[in-house]
Ligand binder design. Structure first.
Ligand code: TXA
Ligand code: MG
Length: 343
């Protein structure tokens, strides 16, 4: 299949390319679209064949449900069987934006989208191109991240093409994603509400609206074998480069000592900006130590870069768990398949 490249940087000036993308969606095709978090692989939520094609293109396990993207609140309400007061408050505060709510699903949601669950995940992206594509299609769009299942999520159209060229109908070329990690996922289908995946909207921000929110165990630790997890996506090894990633918990001096002692062919270090100069192994950096937003924005790019450079083993610095740092930590520990060494 030839994957069309559709450049949409400005929703007004590039309206022709946007209309073409909407036409592909309406005809049951797959279009990779930019969002403020990561690129998503979008299809018509109500077209079961197209939904099946998303799972095929990504190699995604069938039991991992998709997020449905909407362009306005009215569209969101049609997808659920109830929209409680707390959902209104959360929508008011965090939509459009990197925030996904899980609510009891309406009958119109195909079970392939919800992976057989009685709930559905909904998000209104703040990226203008994404919202306009949804509005012009007139359809809620089911969209997982536009990567091969398990690999780091794509934050540029080039990353999408690296994984998906020839497998999907079109890619909207639209520059780099601002946030860089996927949306925060909260379920309101449990009491108390539960944070299933940290993201651009922080736990601290959520507590203002949901003082009783709890953090799912799977956010920071490895679900046990055969465990039932609230968010099926959390049980898979995820976001991983081909290289083995090992997180080294400790200060920079002990990190340096460990890395230098384990120096070998194919050994790399994933470090904070400025630390490269102190190490004799090849380094990839993922932002400043104190800047969680920057770390989020560059982490997936850095993980992809390691593979391109031929890294076999990568020793990584550990980000803070504050604010957006919690999301960075959550993605990195999955990339490391939970391999952490305390120095
Ligand atoms: O930022 C994002 O959320 C991006 C962009 C494209 O919007 N999308 C994204 O989708 O990250 P995906 O499929 O890569 O991750 C969706 C996560 C998975 O961990 C999945 O298990 C969880 O949301 N999820 C979806 N529906 C769910 C449900 N009904 N109950 C529990 N977890 C759900
Ligand atoms: Mg994903």
């Amino acid at each position: 299949m030839l994957t069309e490249r559709l450049s949409v940087y400005d929703v007004n000036k590039d309206s022709e390319a946007l209309l073409r993308a909407a036409e592909i969606i309406k005809n049951g095709g797959l279009v990779a679209m930019p969002t403020e978090t990561v690129y998503g692989l979008a299809a018509n939520t109500f077209n079961e064949k197209a939904i099946g094609d998303i799972f095929k293109a990504k190699g995604r396990p069938q039991d991992n449900p998709l997020i449905v993207h909407v362009s306005d609140i009215g569209m969101a309400k049609e997808l659920v069987s109830e929209f409680p007061e707390k959902a209104e408050e959360l929508a008011e505060k965090f939509w459009p934006g990197p925030f996904t709510m899980i609510l009891p699903k309406a009958d119109c949601i195909p079970s392939s989208v919800s992976a057989g669950l009685e709930t559905v995940a909904i998000r209104m992206p703040s990226n203008e191109v994404a919202r306009q594509l949804i509005a012009v299609s007139g359809l809620p769009l089911a969209a997982p991240s536009a990567n091969i299942s398990g690999s780091p999520s794509p934050t540029t159209a080039e990353d999408v093409l690296f994984d998906m060229d020839g497998k999907i109908d079109a890619v909207i070329m639209s520059g780099r994603c601002d946030v860089g990690v996927e949306s925060t996922v909260v379920t309101l289908a449990t009491d108390p509400p539960r944070l299933l995946r940290p993201g651009g909207v922080t736990l601290e921000q959520l507590r203002d609206v949901l003082p009783d929110i709890v953090v799912d165990k799977a956010v920071l630790s490895q679900p046990g074998k055969g465990c039932v997890v609230a968010s099926p996506g959390m049980k898979y090894k995820h976001y991983s480069p081909k290289a083995r990633v090992v997180m080294l918990e400790g200060d920079f001096e002990s990190f340096k000592t460990f890395v230098e002692a384990n120096k070998d062919e194919g050994v790399f270090a994933l470090v904070f900006d400025g630390e490269e100069a102190e190490l004799s192994v090849p380094c990839v950096s993922f932002g400043h130590k104190e800047d969680e937003f920057e770390q989020a924005a560059v982490l997936f790019k850095a993980l992809r870069e390691l593979d391109k450079l031929g890294c076999k083993v990568c020793y990584s610095r550990v980000p803070s768990k504050c604010g957006v740092g919690l999301a960075v930590y959550n993605r990195l520990i999955r990339a490391a398949a939970f391999e952490v060494i305390e120095l």
